[in-house]
Write a protein that binds this ligand. Structure first.
Ligand code: GRF
Length: 188
């Protein structure tokens, strides 16, 4: 499967997908990294892996339609069939949703529909829940609302700190995302 990964930040999930492909465990080809923050750590990871990068600044475009239109052209030019969001901090608009209908997935660090949106780990920690986790879901027009594909729970221990919870959730993400993509691409 020819995929693009969209990310805005550190790119540890991007890295876990690239590593899984390199070790032969995931049948996919990352044709492009799309990044809305030029200079983000994830772009260095892509360069190190020899993966082309399309970086853009949203504010340099007139509208979401304008930058998403350009992204769609880049994706088509790279032969991309499937989009993997990995810490891409923007809502996907109609231009991308219509061009890749049913072919966009996202990872979110909570058991959706609990704690959608930003800082899901902080929301769970502050909320005092005993169980949170990770969700992988299809993307629709809402914020973290599409059909759920996979979830894995993480227990919040008595002595848990925000940082230790974050580390546990990230460890689950780095295993669950490649494994879920592997299952999905096998079936299709
Ligand atoms: C992850 O926790 C992901 O679930 C969230 O953003 C974070 C991205 O981290 N939506 P990274 O850039 O992959 O390290």
């Amino acid at each position: 499967k020819k995929i693009a990964v969209f990310a805005s930040g550190s790119g540890s999930n991007f890295q876990s997908i690239v590593d899984e492909i390199d070790s032969g465990m995931l049948q996919a080809d990352v044709r492009l990294l799309v990044c809305d923050r030029p200079g983000a750590r994830v772009t260095e990871r892509a360069e190190a892996a020899g993966i082309p990068v399309f970086s853009f600044r949203a504010k340099e475009y007139e509208s979401k339609e304008a930058f998403e239109g350009e992204i769609v052209r880049e994706l088509r030019a790279s032969g991309v069939e499937f989009i993997v969001l990995a810490g891409y901090m923007r809502l996907i608009g109609p231009t991308l949703l219509e061009a890749f209908d049913g072919k966009i997935v996202n990872i979110h660090p909570s058991i959706l529909p609990a704690f959608p949106g930003k800082d899901a780990i902080g929301q769970a920690f502050d909320g005092g829940v005993k169980v949170t986790g990770v969700t992988i879901h299809y993307v629709d027009a809402g914020m973290d609302t599409g059909e759920i594909i996979a979830q894995e729970a993480v227990t919040v221990e008595e002595d848990e700190t925000r940082e230790s919870l974050q580390r546990k959730i990230q460890a689950v993400e780095h295993r669950l995302y490649p494994a879920t993509l592997r299952d999905m691409f096998r079936k299709k």
